[in-house]
Write a protein that binds this ligand. Structure first.
Ligand code: ADP
Ligand code: MG
Length: 541
């Protein structure tokens, strides 16, 4: 783990501004610390040596303390703002990037991991900005200033600090090494515990039913015990390490103090200088020790930001930027020898697939479950890059075109249509925002969902509608667009054969090209032509 990830500065302007402001505040803090030490030393020496009044010094000290308070406040404000700005920038970038990466990349557990990362995960950056980074800046400004100033009064003391100061980061690194394995073990114990609890709570009814609930108690107790031991172990180490650092700093200050005392007795050093050096010495060590403490507090946030960069650094599929996509109302579309193998899979999801799609045709795509039908649609939409083969239209390969413009040729009803909170009409209007009520009603009718009221409520992710209704609303949303080609992934599940035939007739009447994944005979019969996916394997065998 680096002290400061340069990618954070590169990606988020807020972080750069924050760092600049923090350096200013850090320098000002350093100056105030020195002024405070000088004033204190002068005041005490004045009283002790000449019995002079302390009012002027007291006023000065008051001003310095007020100034330091002000700086702490400013630092806090700047940090909170920066954290908010950086989090929102990163969230926006991740969202935009994952949109470009497309639904296939997002599918599966990645979307839930991404949800966690973008909500709770990034919030862990707060302590990183509010505590750790300001300390890091202080640690790189204050000791230098303090040592520099000490050198003007007492070179030997400054030298002592300069030599002992690096011991602190060295010890921190050593302790860090020692604790790494341990904290990893603790993280592991925690994860096991979380899974165990989730399993037990989720399956409580089943466990009760089979009389196994008691046995689980022992298991949970064992895992909890392991976690307790691991936690106590790392706490012990944490205490021990802060003790070691404390000791180190104290001994270093003592070294300085002894030297200063001897030279004071010898008369080689004035009282005021000696006091100034003594007051300043601990200030040189403090920021470094604080950095060590805050480093651990912000580890989660750093881990989250690393996860963010992993997403942002996922390369986008290479697509051209031509915008002159031929109109598929008049020009046919061809797939030649399209082969797709998903990352981490051995077998091709789609192997040497050929297809031609002529304007106005209704083509049924059939094949066993897992044969690659959805994958074929994803290739057409440009969500998946085939390893071999091309999609050709009007003599050009599809990947020469700007994906956004390319996709305007298609309306897609995915296998699991995403509906959003609102009404049925809201969801249909996603296809055409300015559609009139009549248009929406017509689209619903064409999609075989004439029974749905326009203002019927739709819950999050389509709740409040049955599975079949959700698909038909999604179909209506595709119908209402003016895209020339409709790609439908099992759109009519939940309709009877007559209704299914009526839907296909409606689609045909709208003059569009339709490529639909179909299982049931009625739907297949309603198509002009059937293309089977995944037959090649069978032929080979
Ligand atoms: P169909 O729609 O014909 O049921 P799919 O095109 O969804 O089939 O899937 C074809 C094969 O590719 C299946 O074996 C499936 O497990 C695999 N597959 C689909 N999507 C992914 C993905 N995002 N990552 C890895 N494998 C996938
Ligand atoms: Mg499918």
């Amino acid at each position: 783990m680096k002290p400061l990830d340069p990618r954070l500065l590169r990606r988020a302007r807020g972080a750069r501004v924050f760092l600049a402001a923090s350096v200013l505040i850090g320098v000002a803090s350093g100056v105030l610390i020195i002024v405070q030490a000088v004033l204190l030393a002068r005041g005490i020496a004045g009283v002790v040596l000449h019995g002079s009044p302390v009012t002027a010094v007291a006023w000065g000290l008051g001003a310095v303390v007020a100034g330091r308070a002000l700086l702490v406040w400013a630092q806090e404000v700047v940090a909170q703002r920066a954290a908010a700005a950086v989090k929102s920038t990163l969230r926006k970038q991740v969202l935009q990037h994952s949109l470009k990466l497309g639904p296939v990349w997002l599918s599966g557990e990645r979307s839930s991991a991404l949800t966690t990362l973008l909500t709770k995960g990034l919030d862990d950056l707060d302590p990183y900005f509010a505590r750790y980074l300001p300390q890091l800046v202080l640690a790189s400004t204050v000791p230098a200033g303090v040592i520099g100033w000490m050198a003007t009064g007492d070179l030997i003391a400054a030298g002592t600090v300069l030599i002992t100061l690096p011991l602190i980061p060295i010890f921190m690194a050593l302790i860090g090494w020692a604790t790494q394995a341990r904290s990893r073990r603790r993280q592991h114990a925690l994860a096991v515990l979380a899974h165990h609890f989730a399993d037990v709570v989720g399956g409580l009814t089943t466990l009760k039913l089979f009389g196994r609930a008691k046995a689980q108690v022992t298991a949970v107790r064992r895992v909890t015990d392991e976690h307790r031991k691991a936690s106590m172990g790392s706490l012990r180490l944490a205490f021990l390490s802060s003790f070691a650092l404390e000791l180190l700093a104290s001994i270093s200050v003592a070294l300085v103090a002894v030297g200063v005392g001897l030279r004071l007795v010898d008369g080689k050093l004035g009282l005021e200088t000696a006091l100034m050096v003594l007051i300043l010495a601990p200030e040189a060590y403090l920021p470094l020790r604080q950095v060590g403490l805050q480093f651990h507090a912000s580890a989660d946030g750093v881990a989250a930001s690393e996860e963010v960069f992993r997403v942002l650094e996922t390369p986008l599929p290479q697509r051209g930027d031509r915008t002159d996509v031929p109109d598929l109302r008049t020009i046919p579309l061809y797939l030649y020898d399209v082969t797709v193998t998903y990352p981490g899979r051995e077998e091709a999801a789609l192997d040497g697939f050929d297809l031609e799609l002529h304007p106005g045709e209704v083509v049924a795509l059939t094949g066993a479950s897992g044969a690659g039908k959805s994958t074929a649609l994803a290739v057409l939409l440009g969500f998946v890059e085939p390893q071999r083969g091309v999609v050709v239209v009007g003599g050009s390969a599809a990947d020469e075109f700007d994906p956004v413009v390319w996709r305007r040729q298609f309306a897609w009803v995915p296998q699991r249509p995403g509906l959003r909170l609102g009404t049925v009409a809201d969801n249909v209007r996603l296809g055409k925002p300015d559609a009139s009520d009549d248009e929406v009603r017509m689209a619903l009718l064409t999609a075989g969902a004439g029974e749905l009221e326009l203002d019927k409520a739709v819950g999050e992710q389509g709740q409040l509608l049955s599975g079949g209704q959700q698909r038909r609303v999604a179909l209506a949303r595709a119908v209402i667009t003016d895209a020339p080609v409709l790609l439908l992934d099992e759109p009519t599940a939940g309709l009877d054969a007559d209704a299914e035939a009526a839907v296909v007739a409606g689609l045909r009447a709208s003059g569009r090209t339709v490529l639909m994944v179909a299982h049931r005979p009625a739907l297949i019969a309603a198509a002009d032509r059937t293309v089977t996916v995944g037959t090649r394997e069978l032929v080979k065998v």
